[in-house]
Design a protein around this ligand. Structure first.
Ligand SMILES: [Zn+2]
Length: 314
């Protein structure tokens, strides 16, 4: 199998996105729409099919350059309006979690300004099949929600390789990004992320190709390090649940207001998860602890066991 790594420049941290050309036929992710990126991508012939791991600007912004793309249904949907509807709902949720409306408005305006042009709306995306054949190589398409509900991985069972987008990265813990269903409801993204890790831990992986940087660590060891990071963050959110709103918790944990989007989304993910496990409660917009620290620790221990047990019974 021929795999060519193409490093695409990106305005978002960590300032590049990895794209991979498999057997000269399938390209995994396209990066943002930018002048320098278009120059790189234009070299690909019309025969190259694009595979989109997930609907984030730094992965699907330049998808319009290709005749044909595969992605999750959500990815295809968000590509059509360049995520406009999604962001509308996100700010609605942020406001209902205590973000001052004036700040939300400012953020929205700034995001629009920053975003404008990075994602070009298009409708060349089709729902990915369960398997994709690239020359002689057959890849399983695995649904891996958590960082984005529309996240997909490509797994080659015989060769034990995986193209894992942003769901597993090294040196950066991917954000469990907020996933609104409508103005009131949203998915419990951390619950989905845990389930995804359980699924991914079971796979035999010799080499992983991530959306950013490189993965050198052992696959299963890396997955377990996520649980450890979440356990720590979870305890921080639990501790701050003393009548604070998610916005107040977020700005206590991450005082840098420039990071407010990621701070809000991570705090909400943890609050939703603690809430669904009955470890905190919500009155109006405010969160309150209703458990002991040990109960939070125990929950994460059980989660780790669930993930590793899944690895053994295969
Ligand atoms: Zn992403």
């Amino acid at each position: 199998m021929k795999i060519e790594k193409i490093k695409l420049p990106s305005p978002f941290p960590p300032n590049h996105t990895n794209s991979y050309l498999i057997n000269d036929l399938l390209l995994v992710d396209a990066g943002v729409n930018s002048e320098e990126n278009v120059k790189i991508l234009e070299k690909f012939s019309d025969d190259v099919i694009l595979f989109l791991t997930h609907p984030h600007a730094d992965h699907f912004g330049a998808a319009y350059l290709f005749k044909f793309a595969y992605g999750h249904e959500i990815t295809c949907k968000r590509l059509k309006d360049a995520e406009e509807e999604y962001f509308e709902l996100v700010y609605h949720h942020f406001i209902s979690e205590g973000l001052p409306e004036s700040l939300a408005k400012k953020m929205q305006e700034r995001a629009k300004e920053r975003y404008r042009g990075y994602v070009i709306p298009c409708d060349n995306c089709k729902k990915a099949p369960e398997r994709i054949k690239v020359d002689g190589d057959v890849f399983e398409v695995i649904h891996t929600p958590g960082h984005s509900f529309g996240h997909l991985c490509l797994y080659h069972k015989e060769k034990k390789i995986i193209f894992c987008g942003d769901i597993v990265l090294e040196d950066i813990t991917p954000n469990p990004v907020i996933e609104p269903i409508n103005e009131e409801k949203r998915l419990c993204v951390l619950e989905q992320y845990v389930e995804t890790l359980r699924k991914l831990y079971r796979l035999e992986v010799r080499k992983a190709y991530p959306g950013h940087r490189e993965i050198r660590r052992n696959w299963r060891e890396l997955i377990l390090s996520y649980v450890d990071n979440w356990r720590k963050r979870s305890l921080e959110v639990w501790k701050l649940a003393e009548g604070k709103t998610a916005f107040e918790i977020a700005t206590t944990l991450f005082p840098d207001i420039r990071q407010i989007f990621l701070a809000m989304t991570e705090t909400i993910a943890h609050a939703d998860f603690l809430l669904s496990n009955n470890l905190i409660e919500k009155r109006g917009m405010r969160y309150f602890r209703c458990s002991e620290r040990e109960e939070v620790e125990e929950m994460w221990k059980r989660i780790e066991e669930r993930i590793t047990r899944g690895g053994r019974d295969r």
